[in-house]
Design a protein around this ligand. Sequence first.
Ligand SMILES: C[S@@+](CC[C@H](N)C(=O)[O-])C[C@H]1O[C@@H](n2cnc3c(N)ncnc32)[C@H](O)[C@@H]1O
Length: 279
Amino acid sequence: MQDQSFEFSLNKHYGRAGLGDAILAALRETGKDPEKITVDDLAPVAEFHIGGLGATLELAQLAGTGKGMRILDLGSGLGGPARTLAQHFGCHVTGLDLTEEFCQVASMLSALTGMQDRVSFQHGNALEMPFEDASFDLVWTQQASMNIEDKATMYAEAHRVLAVGGRLVFQDVLAGSVAPPHFPVPWAREAGLSYLQPPDAVHDLLAKAGFREMIWRDVTAQYLGEYRKLAAKTADPGGQAPLGIHLILGPDAGVMRNNVVRNLEEQRIVLVQCVLKRT
Ligand SMILES: C[S@@+](CC[C@H](N)C(=O)[O-])C[C@H]1O[C@@H](n2cnc3c(N)ncnc32)[C@H](O)[C@@H]1O
């Protein structure tokens, strides 16, 4: 079980004080009135994973996401994917995240976009989910497991809270064939916050937890080109848009994104999208 000092380190890594105000100021700087923003307007900062909004839409289609589904988003961050699933696919989404600041800002952004009746966010741990058995039709997670050492417990908990026949859907960074990754990266400034497992180990853990694989895609090549361009913009102080992940990660955001590119190119990490059925 990850202890309190891990939670403290995670909150220090992701939870910048004043993040909500910084996002509102950046929106104004781009000429947007925060009272009139849409879910998609927030994507550059709130879809905090490789491929951004496009990857969320693609994964939701792969997963067969449909109207009225009860979805749990593990490691929901600023709530970008949760709002996208609610807005574009008509789902009801509960987000769970261990970074307290993210949960507060996610709720604030959801209220601003009029989504508060369809999404909600709770501060909590994916290793000890505060939900009854069989409460959800789909458990969704995008690039949160990299911070989670005990993946067996995370998958067991996902299995417990899913109804029989429900789906586990994820996009994750896994360990590649070369080690170690270059740090810092957006999920960890150093190795102590990063727990990557290779695909073989993840296949085994999922099968042991009671999941049957329906789709397993290595999307490294698909997203690399687009991410390379985004990383170059993030690293260029003149090219950086006001609304972006530098608001979360600070001035190192460009270095972190460039390290992701190097890690993908050198096969130190791989990116996968997967859909599994709870047996
Ligand atoms: C890179 S962010 C991705 C956020 C979001 N899924 C997205 O794609 O926009 C990783 C998130 O996982 C969360 N996280 C890491 N470990 C967690 C845990 N044990 N329980 C819940 N959330 C966790 C972090 O707080 C962070 O918000």
